[in-house]
Design a protein around this ligand. Sequence first.
Ligand code: DSN
Length: 425
Amino acid sequence: MKDRTLQKILEAEEIRQRNGLELIPSENYVSRDVLEALGSVFTNKYSEGYPGKRYYGGQENTDQIENIAIDRAKKLFGSDHANVQPLSGAPANLAVYQAWLNPGDTVLAMKLDHGGHLTHGAPVTHAAKLYNFVRYGLSDISTGEIDYDEMRQVALKEKPKLIIAGFSGYPRSLDYKKFVEIGNEVGAVLMADMAHIAGLIAGKVLDNPLDFGFHIMTTTTHKTLRGPRGGLILSNGNVSNPLRAPEKTIENLPTLIDRQVFPGLQGGPHMNNILAKAVAFGEALDPSFKVYAKQILKNSKKLSEELIKHDFKLVTGGTDNHLIMIDMPTSFGIDGRITQEAFDKIGLTANCNSIPDDKLPPYRPSGLRLGTPAITTRGLVEGDMVKIADWMKRAVVNRDNEDILKKIKKEVRDFSIKFPLPSDN
Ligand code: DSN
């Protein structure tokens, strides 16, 4: 890069990523091919519309890559249709809402502090001003059990047009069969926001909601799926010409969604990003991705066991996926932000997060959220989780001792640099 100021910052970020360990559960390290696709000449091209139905000329190559991305996404998740154009997870979810709902309609989604996501109708979002969000949550915080009886009662009373299964802070598995039973009973469309676990579904180590009768699945492509930053919508039903408005039926969801992604919400898709999605989907279809997905879960289980041995109290007592949530006030009498800052000082990157019924505010919450997708990409295995849990405990206990923190940081660095970034190859 000719701009020396920016080049120096870019190099510093690469060193930060190399010298430490990324434990934020929504982050990952992409392959060199994905990085090259993102930096390719497809960034120069405008392609409003869909393959075969674009508004501008010069689309012979963009059509090919978008069709490949669509076919690979459908194969990965077993859906009738894929829209690969959403710029990220938030516009993907909004496109679904706009495709199916009218202003004022009701949506049933997980309580935000029980693990639900901002885009599932947090009061600060635009969606919350348009639609009426009602909630389900946990019946037992110690196990993470969802209160499906309450969910059914709320659904019978509120008659939601859409039910969302999905989370960004929930370490357990959802019972998709129960969601579908409740959705069918009240005539709601079922949407799974699988942004966090899409890679685990693609790797066949967690259930696929579409196999249980969900109509729609949204996801980001950059978390466990290990692709570029972006969104993806999978749906079942009839795929027809996106230039003509179809009748609003469940069967027509794929076309209704296409029309809301473009021109409803977005302009030209980012074709460099779609190329990178096609690359990442190809990588996820390779048998090695199953091995990767399996190892994410093994590492997550082992890390949670080690943390428990070191007196960290885990929300729900453990994990079924890639994500671990620690209750820091109960564990060590400090909040999640203080913990995040102590971990930053030793080169372990995590994020503070609300826990169920949190008494602390969102910017300084009680929880510390961890995950194993990125460190598993780096090549770490179960034995390495013993070291990470030990560093974490020492960092928490010695959080006010800069000398000890520096010593741990060196240990983390000396360990981390032995594991190359996938983009090195
Ligand atoms: N920011 C993402 C996460 O960390 O879960 C979701 O939006």
